[in-house]
Design a protein around this ligand. Structure first.
Ligand code: OGA
Ligand code: MN
Length: 290
C-alpha cells in the first residue's frame, strides 16, 4: 500500500495509510527519514500504539534518548524510562495540582525549544503520541530553523557566523521562577555548546540552531548574547514559519529537533492531557565551534 502524503505549509506533512504499530521494512524507515529531511515534522493520524509499540517504532530510527531522566530517575508512570511522560498526571493517575512540581515542566514545554539541546548527544527525532487531549488549547506549534536561516538578514548572518551558544537545561526553569536548586544539582547538569549555524548532514540545508535552552553566546557579554538569542528566536518563530498541530487522540507527531523548535500552547491544567514521547539521539553530532 502506498502512503498518502499531504504537505502542510510552511513545514510538516500528514502521512496516512501506514500502521506504525507494525514493524517497518528497512526501505520504509528510509522513506520516513527522507520525508523528515524535507518536511521536518510528520503527522500520523489514527495510530493507537501501546508503550511497547511506541518504543519499537522509535528504536527503528536510532538509540533512544533519556532526557533528564538520565539524571533524575524516580517514580515513573511508564514501563520504559525512555518514554517521556508529557502529561499533567501524577504516578497514581490523578491530575497534578497547579502547584505540583510536575506542572513547571508542563509550563516549560510552552517555551520554544529543541528537545534535549542541553545535552550531548542532543535529540534527533521526537515521536509524541496523544492518549488524552483537553477540550480546548494544548496545541503544539513547530517552527522551521532552516527557513529561519534562509530568511535571516545578511547583517544577522554575519553576527552569528562562527559563533556558538551555551544550552543549559535549567535556564527555562529559572525563567519561570523555578530556582530552588542546590549548587550540587546545578553542577550535575553541565551545559553544552552548539554552533548557531549548522549544516544538516542529511538534507544539506543550513540551520539556525536556537531555542530557549540557549542562554549565552561565548565571546559576547551575557546581556548582548542573550538579546541576540532572543532576537534570533523571535525571527525563527515568526507566524509565517510556524505550523500548529491540533491534537486528536491517536495522533503521532514526529519532528526533527535539529531542524525545528516547538512549544506547547496553553490548556487548563485542571483538564487531563496525556501524551507520551519517545526520542532518538542524534548520531552524527556536529563539531564544537572553537
Ligand atoms: C515535548 C513537548 C509540547 C506539548 O513533548 O517535547 O515539548 O505540546 N511537548 O506537550
Ligand atoms: Mn519538547
Amino acid at each position: 500500500m502506498t502512503w498518502k502524503v499531504t504537505p502542510l505549509q510552511p513545514l510538516a506533512a500528514r502521512v496516512e495509510g501506514i500502521d506504525l504499530g507494525q514493524p517497518l521494512q528497512p526501505h520504509e524507515v528510509r522513506q520516513i527519514e527522507a520525508l523528515m529531511d524535507s518536511h521536518a515534522v510528520l503527522v500520523f493520524p489514527g495510530q493507537r500504539l501501546d508503550q511497547h509499540q511506541q518504543i519499537a517504532f522509535a528504536r527503528q530510527f536510532g538509540p533512544l534518548d533519556l532526557g533528564l531522566r538520565r539524571l533524575k530517575g524516580g517514580a515513573h508512570r511508564f514501563e520504559y524510562a525512555e518514554l517521556a511522560d508529557i502529561s499533567n498526571v501524577k504516578v497514581d493517575g490523578s491530575i497534578a495540582g497547579r502547584d505540583d512540581p510536575k506542572i513547571v515542566g508542563n509550563v516549560a514545554n510552552q517555551l520554544w525549544h529543541s528537545d534535549s539541546s542541553f545535552q550531548r548527544p542532543r535529540a534527533k527525532y521526537s515521536m509524541l503520541h496523544a492518549v488524552v487531549v483537553p477540550d480546548f488549547g494544548g496545541q503544539t506549534e513547530f517552527a522551521d530553523l532552516r527557513l529561519a536561516w534562509d530568511t535571516l538578514p545578511g547583517w544577522l548572518r554575519q553576527r552569528v557566523q562562527g559563533r556558538s551558544a551555551v544550552h543549559f537545561a535549567l535556564h527555562s526553569r529559572f525563567l519561570l521562577g523555578d530556582t530552588g536548586y542546590t549548587e550540587a544539582q546545578k553542577a550535575s547538569i553541565p551545559a553544552v555548546q552548539w554552533p548557531l549555524v549548522q549544516t544538516d548532514p542529511r538534507s544539506g540545508r543550513t540551520v539556525l540552531f536556537v531555542g530557549v535552552h540557549a542562554c549565552e553566546v561565548p565571546g559576547m557579554s551575557l546581556a548582548e548574547g542573550r538579546m541576540l538569542l532572543a532576537d534570533l528566536l523571535e525571527h525563527a518563530t515568526q507566524r509565517a514559519h510556524v505550523h500548529t498541530h491540533e491534537w486528536s487522540v491517536g495522533d503521532l507527531v514526529m519532528w526533527d529537533n535539529t531542524a525545528t523548535v516547538h512549544r506547547g500552547r496553553w490548556y487548563d491544567f485542571a483538564q487531563r492531557r496525556e501524551l507520551r514521547r519517545a526520542t532518538t539521539e542524534e548520531v552524527n553530532v556536529p563539531e564544537r565551534v572553537t
